[in-house]
Design a protein around this ligand. Sequence first.
Ligand code: S3P
Length: 453
Amino acid sequence: MSHAPAQPLRLSAHRPLTGRVTVPGDKSISHRALMLSALAVGESRVEGLLEGEDVLATAAAMRAMGATIARSEDGRWTIHGVGVGGLLQPQAALDMGNSGTSTRLLMGLVASHAVIATFTGDASLSKRPMGRVIEPLSKMGAAFTASPGAKNSQTLPLMVRGLVPAVPIEYRLPVASAQVKSAVLLAGLNTPGITRVIEPVPTRDHSERMLRGFGAELTVEEAGGERIISITGEAELKPQHIVVPGDPSSAGFPVVAALIVPGSDIVVENVGLNPTRAGLYQVLRAMGADITFEKERLVGGEPVADLRVKASTLSGIEPDPSVVPSMVDEFPILFVACALAQGRSVLRGLEELRVKESDRIAVMAEGLRAIGAAVEEVEDGLIIDGTGGERLAGGATVATHLDHRIAMSFAVASLACRAPVTVDDRAPIATSFPIFIPMMEGLGAEHSEGATA
Ligand code: S3P
């Protein structure tokens, strides 16, 4: 991420949103496609890769550890992998930028390779908890060292020394986290024997699907509501051709925009609807959102549809906390929908939101209040009394705290405000959705850079 002065952003809508747009590739799948391709022997090809800063950080790290990764002019990526066990010693620190997924998954890979890697990140990532991967990966034999004099030994920068051969473990996830699950499974790839993760609450299963697709021996058993995932190392991965579906988390922004701008009627094409990711659409429909799934199909082994979305009168909701893992990144934009819905929404069980790119409970509460919404912050969520479709006052400047989803959520909220909201910095949007602003303009929103900061 650049250290240039903050670039404010204002979006407004003077007419209904209309048209068809395609969302960029799924961030979670893009990271995994690069990592597994870099560990296969031979040439893999990836189409539809998200070319956001987070994924480019993963690409740079895999190159630094020996993979050859190239992008052709038509946007296809080609990766020559080094083989499981073949990662090379990086010559410099691995800069993970803003990306928690790159950091935690790559720590898993390094943990069982003969590699010593130092991970660094931006101010947001350097505050995020790494203890959740340090704990299982240390049990597998990896050693983690903080910088001399560091106040916290569980945040970046951290040096990781892998162990070969690593020790297989059986690990029950203490938090519902696909990143922790994936870190352990990726470490298991180069660990002799069976590494097992027990998941009390299902989280996104892209790692499991893709590891199998690359030929790893991986089984998933369901017992008493838990998922037991076992991977056999030392695996040999065969190169693949991967087509990355559109990101359902990114699609949430144009979808909610169309729901809250009166008269809108749009289609968002190519949206991945893996059941472990599609909670937002379930909840919005339960609130009364007019969303139809068109042309349902499979892309790269994942269910995908085009979403037709019409402006809707929404009702407040109290989602069951069991839906949280399938929409953990979508709460900021759901809060915006709730702020404009009829009646009260009670959104609880969201403690994980406090350790995302920002404390998304506190930051959303503060911003929503600043633009005139009625919001009460509780330890594990927000209670929001919606306007019933009346526009919010807007007018305020909101702080994004290096968090792409906060920036996009308030850019969308601005479309339903009497005076536009100034998002203090649009730069973080490039981590996951580099075409967000032109896409919103394509639907009819107007964009201005706002006052200089
Ligand atoms: C991700 C898992 C989630 C999610 C993140 C991407 C992944 O994080 O918030 O944006 O690709 O595995 P947690 O595992 O911390 O819930």
